[in-house]
Design a protein around this ligand. Structure first.
Ligand SMILES: C[S@@+](CC[C@H](N)C(=O)[O-])C[C@H]1O[C@@H](n2cnc3c(N)ncnc32)[C@H](O)[C@@H]1O
Length: 421
């Protein structure tokens, strides 16, 4: 058998299921397949799969330059992964072309076409590396939903959407950070970007439960939220737990809830490692009983997740876009439910890992219009960091996949909604 064929065939099948059947790499059947591979093959598989999804639009532009015939989905996926390896990952073209031809034979595609086009592409790979993406290259759902972005914001997105994410970590307290064994680019008294991204789960301080991984933009809203003790929190969509760990580290009383059993299991495992504990519920938040009231309700709502495009490149790779009707109405219902469970002078912290107007500003505006007993409270920076001022607009935090301190952060939105009556 040609060397590297088996793992490349697995990669092809995974990419095809993500594209065609709306799967994600976290899907349990895909995870099972991945975990069956040898350790060295697993990192190869993630490298090729994630980068094929990140660079798929670049690859499609390259394919259109060299192939005029309409391609079948399987051919397109096979070429995307091969071009990513040759042009963007600089792998030896001989091995990539050989394996791609063998896969084409197995799948009864045109091995001749795959062979000839990849050879031409490999010859010009240095020029092709420079190929640029425009907004008009994105899927039409994404173009429509980003109509309100400014020219500058669109340009920013184009610069960053296909880059590898950086790793931002959050410590339980300042003391734990001061004892950290590695170098960090500090973002606050208790957080920073890791300089060495390798093998992080084997670091002693990780195993000891001193810190967790959480994007800077998803960390800032709760870090910034100043609340006295003796307040009762509910994290309505808690799993896998980033926001919950922040609240628990501040020693607040909190109930954690999530509808998804598998994600609750991950939440529990994470809490165990971090030596934190809380009351945990596994319910549909929109059907919560109205008897128990809270002072602060965190809604980190299900959303399109476009803000996490660098960590989840599947979002723009899948053939079909997110189901916006379902997401928007779920977000609305969650906000409505939270309003009924909140004590006077309490807050809803509404957050989504999205920068799309329809899931962020529009949701908050609609909510405030129908709930005149609420107002948008100030989003003030506690650490008074000038670097972060650009992330705050109209009293909300809204970030694009962007950079601070030369490191990548996700697109994210947060608003503090106060119940005044
Ligand atoms: C963006 S994630 C939450 C991330 C989490 N807050 C964190 O910081 O790690 C959204 C979560 O909402 C949960 N969810 C979706 N619909 C829900 C519902 N009706 N009730 C409760 N949780 C729900 C999902 O299972 C998912 O875990």
């Amino acid at each position: 058998m040609v060397k590297g064929l088996k793992i490349r065939f697995e990669i092809h099948n995974i990419l095809f299921s993500v594209y065609k059947f709306n799967k994600t790499l976290n899907n349990s059947s895909i995870k099972k397949k991945i975990n069956k591979q040898k350790t060295e093959d697993i990192s190869f598989l993630y490298n090729v799969t994630l980068n094929s999804m990140r660079f798929h639009l670049h690859c499609i532009k390259i394919i259109k330059k060299y192939i005029k015939k309409k391609l079948r989905d399987q051919e397109k996926i096979l070429l995307i992964s091969a071009i990513t390896q040759i042009v963007f990952l600089d792998f030896k073209e001989y091995a990539v072309i050989n394996c791609s031809v063998e896969i084409a034979k197995k799948l009864r595609l045109y091995p001749g076409l795959i062979n000839a086009s990849l050879k031409k592409i490999a010859k010009n790979k240095n020029d092709l590396k420079e190929i640029k993406i425009n907004f008009s290259d994105f899927q039409s759902w994404f173009q429509k939903k980003t109509y309100s972005l400014s020219y500058f914001e669109k340009k920013q997105f184009l610069n960053y959407f296909y880059k590898e994410p950086d790793i931002h970590i959050v410590f339980k307290n300042e003391d734990k950070l001061s004892k950290f064994e590695d170098n960090l680019i500090r973002t606050s008294k208790i957080s920073g970007f890791l300089l060495n991204k390798k093998d992080i789960q084997n670091k002693k301080s990780f195993i000891n439960g001193d810190w967790w991984v959480q994007d800077f933009s998803s960390f800032l809203p709760l870090h910034n939220f100043q609340e006295k003790n003796n307040k009762k929190f509910l994290d309505a969509c808690a799993a896998p737990g980033g926001k919950s760990f922040q609240i628990l580290s501040k020693k607040h009383d909190v109930v954690l809830n999530d509808i998804n059993k598998t994600r609750i299991k991950t939440l529990k495992d994470n809490l165990k490692r971090l030596q934190l504990s809380a009351r945990i519920l596994n319910r549909d938040f929109t059907k919560f009983d109205d008897k128990e009231k809270y002072d602060i309700i965190i809604i980190d709502a299900p959303c399109s997740a476009v803000g996490t495009i660098r960590k989840n490149p599947e979002i723009l790779f899948k053939k079909n876009g997110p189901n916006f009707n379902e997401l928007i109405s779920l977000q609305e219902n969650m906000l409505g439910k939270a309003s009924t469970l909140l004590n006077k002078n309490g807050y809803i912290i509404y957050m989504v890992c999205s920068f799309l107007k329809i899931e962020t500003v529009d949701q908050v505006d609609k909510f405030l219009k129908t709930n005149s007993n609420f107002l948008k409270a100030d989003f003030k920076l506690v650490e008074n960091e000038d670097n972060y001022l650009k992330l705050i607009k109209n009293n909300c935090m809204i970030t694009m996949p962007n950079m601070i301190l030369n490191c990548n952060i996700d697109g994210y939105f947060a608003s503090y909604l106060k119940k005044i009556k």
